[in-house]
Design a protein around this ligand. Structure first.
Ligand SMILES: C[S@@+](CC[C@H](N)C(=O)[O-])C[C@H]1O[C@@H](n2cnc3c(N)ncnc32)[C@H](O)[C@@H]1O
Length: 352
């Protein structure tokens, strides 16, 4: 049965691919800055360490570090100078399929000039991953909307993220949104402080994450987890899943606005913002998700593990309910235009 098969991330990551393509000029500019400051201060680095956080598996895993490697080699080629030795490290959570990642890394590895050595670093990017002042460049695409955990205040007070009762849901919405915003602020602040310890002075970081368009106010933003919560709430009403189980389900995902992100970076204080951009991702993937099955596979690739972990084997019913929703409520484009999202891109420099 098709729905028994996991909607693999490798096969359903077309939007993330578009995001990575958009990051290319930001990564190239950051690498050129790093190399130029090394040359002009005659502190030509003999080695550079590059890391990608939340690499996942499949073709996207190597894309950003490959851009960075090419940018370093291209830069030194034009001055006919030997490039620094490169160390490339890929991170994701320990459950990630690192076997396929390692096979891909072998292709990047070069034992002769120019030397490129590679490795994987399993662990959460909300913890220390690298030794102090050891990294020159960090990238991360489509990951930082994931929180370290569900908002503490909701879990502690047993407040459902999505109340099935519509009245209660509206009443609690401001509190739920604030709890998610606060958890994001706490996590992103912590993330910046950790990376600031690990980067050298002047080190660079380019990240992208899903966010809220600037023109949509917070209380009107349809959060990333709501679409999943709506489908699961129908399944709860149909008796497929237990209400208590539904009420205790939190998807730890939050999409900030550009302003929220900027405020957090400035308040934390370890980094300068070199560039910040907001893009409508639909312009990148055009009609890639026009069919309900593609749209659904995209959502499944992202959320299936967390749904199955909490509810068990409910994916057949989940797919059936979701398909019904989209065949009843009109096209996928309608769903997307009613609930706009953006990709946020930030290029940061560690303060000296
Ligand atoms: C949407 S995928 C993006 C993958 C890839 N960077 C891309 O652009 O296609 C998000 C990835 O972030 C990883 N992730 C989420 N939280 C993480 C954390 N706390 N630490 C490390 N990786 C995390 C997930 O395991 C997943 O592989």
């Amino acid at each position: 049965m098709a729905s028994k098969q996991m909607a693999s991330y490798a096969r359903n990551s077309i939007i993330q691919k578009g995001t990575q393509n958009r990051m290319k000029p930001l990564i190239e500019a950051a690498i050129i800055d790093l190399c130029t400051s090394g040359r002009t201060s005659s502190l030509l680095p003999e080695k550079m360490v590059i890391a990608d956080l939340g690499c996942s598996s499949g073709p996207n895993a190597l894309a950003l570090v490959s851009i960075a490697i090419e940018a370093v080699h291209g830069y030194y080629d034009q001055f006919q100078q030997p490039p620094p030795e490169l160390c490339v490290l890929l991170n994701d959570l320990p459950d990630n399929d690192f076997n396929t990642v390692v096979k891909g890394l072998v292709m990047l590895r070069r034992s002769n000039e120019p030397v490129v050595v590679t490795g994987v670093i399993p662990g959460s990017f909300y913890e220390r991953l690298f030794t102090s002042s050891s990294l020159h460049f960090i990238s991360s695409s489509s990951c930082l909307q994931w929180l370290s955990k569900a908002p503490e205040v909701l879990v502690r007070n047993q407040i459902p993220a999505y109340d099935i009762d519509e009245h209660a849901r509206h009443e609690r919405l401001p509190m739920v949104l604030e709890a998610y915003a606060q958890q994001f602020k706490k996590d992103f602040t912590h993330f910046l402080a950790l990376r600031a310890k690990e980067l050298v002075s002047g080190g660079r970081m380019v990240v992208s994450l899903i966010g809220r368009p600037s023109y949509v106010i917070s209380s009107k933003f349809f959060h990333l987890w709501e679409i999943i919560a709506q489908i699961l709430s129908v399944m709860t009403l149909e008796g497929v899943i237990d209400k208590a189980k539904f009420d205790s389900f939190y998807i730890p995902v939050y999409g900030p606005s550009c302003k929220e992100l900027r405020d957090i970076v400035q308040e934390e204080g370890s980094f300068f913002i070199r560039e910040m951009q907001e893009h409508d991702p639909t312009t990148d993937y055009a009609n890639a998700l026009v069919t309900p099955s593609r749209f659904l596979n995209h959502w499944r690739a992202i959320f299936e593990p967390i749904i199955v972990q909490h509810f068990g084997d409910v994916m057949d019913e989940f797919v059936r309910t979701a398909e019904q929703r989209w065949s009843l409520e009109g096209s996928i484009q309608d769903e997307r235009s009613r609930n706009p999202r953006v990709m946020l891109f930030v290029s940061l420099e560690k303060a000296q």
